[in-house]
Ligand binder design. Structure first.
Ligand code: GLU
Length: 297
């Protein structure tokens, strides 16, 4: 058992928690408890245009009724902008202003990264063209041919990404003025002392960018575990519409039902428990056994 373990669940309040995000919440919570660690909740509302008013409160209320309580005060990214600005300042010449718009980047035909972001061709790397103003702030990634970023995911095993060809110089501050997810998440995980990140596999392609940013900022790299993403019968990721959870505060039967579905999706062979307390009492040791079986502790 590790001496210090700090984990977190970091939902974006773009709608209510759905069955897919519940899997990430449950996995991160079980992993923290199985390691005798702390579990934090952070509301990732940095993209204020996508945040839905009230969704943060609904997510927190639902987590409460599922028996998942943050071990420290919940933080909101929208209130932590000074931290992101200070980190961007520390990046010095690793960061540079970019004047390109979306169309110009797509027209360069370098394609899109696995997460849908356009791969940046490096147009503004050596300075803005005359007459161009800054639209976004980008991080300069290592030149093609430099060492790739490698990490070992506790479930998926060794992973490698070449940032120059797979993302290019990526955005830290967006053209709409908001700090980008990649910067905010790295700054927050470091500032909160997070040692272990457990989240959905849809974020695995962001991990190399985050590790590179950690290195440039001189902060530790946490361990990573990416859990499978829940899909519907058409193979599509669940959305706020298709995966809505029917759990109302105080409805323990529905809470246990939702948790059991998430735990079984994660591969925990649990019988139906008759209370929330019984669910967690069975799920935490079952997660520990799963880690041991998979050599993922
Ligand atoms: N806020 C992100 C989401 O809801 C998760 C970020 C993370 O876990 O790193 O998809």
């Amino acid at each position: 058992m590790s001496t210090t373990y700090i984990g977190r669940f970091a939902p974006s309040p773009t709608g209510p928690l759905h069955a897919g995000s519940l899997v990430a919440a449950v996995a991160s919570y079980l992993d923290a408890r199985a390691h005798g660690g702390e579990w934090l909740v952070r509301i990732e509302d940095i993209d204020e245009g996508r945040s839905v008013p009230g969704a943060d409160g609904a997510i927190l209320a639902l987590l409460d009724s599922l028996g998942m309580h943050s071990d420290r005060e919940v933080v909101w990214q929208s209130r932590r902008k000074a931290l992101y600005a200070a980190a961007a300042e520390r990046l010095g010449a690793h960061a540079y202003p970019c004047g390109c718009n979306r169309r110009e980047i797509l027209d360069s035909r370098l394609g899109v990264a696995p997460d849908g972001a356009a791969i940046y061709p490096g147009t503004c790397r050596h300075g803005l063209a005359p007459g161009r103003g800054m639209r976004s702030l980008r991080l300069r990634v290592p030149e093609p041919g430099a060492d790739a970023i490698s990490f070992v995911d506790r479930f998926a095993g060794p992973m490698t990404q070449h940032l120059a060809s797979e993302s290019g110089d990526f955005v830290l501050k967006r053209a709409d003025g908001y700090w980008a997810y990649q910067l905010a998440v790295v700054v927050d995980d470091a500032e909160q002392g997070v040692t272990d990140i457990v989240r959905g596999f849809d974020l695995i392609d962001s991990t190399a960018r985050q590790i590179y940013l950690q290195r440039v900022l001189g902060v530790p790299t946490p361990r990573y575990l990416h859990v499978p993403v829940v899909r519907n019968e058409h193979g599509e990721k669940l959305s706020k519409q298709t995966g809505a959870l029917a759990v109302l505060p105080g409805d323990e039967t529905a809470a246990v039902q939702a948790l059991l579905a998430a735990a079984r999706f994660l591969g925990l062979p649990l019988e139906r428990p008759d209370s929330l307390a019984a669910f967690w009492a069975a799920a935490i040791p079952a997660w520990s056994r799963l880690l041991d079986e998979r050599g993922a502790r």
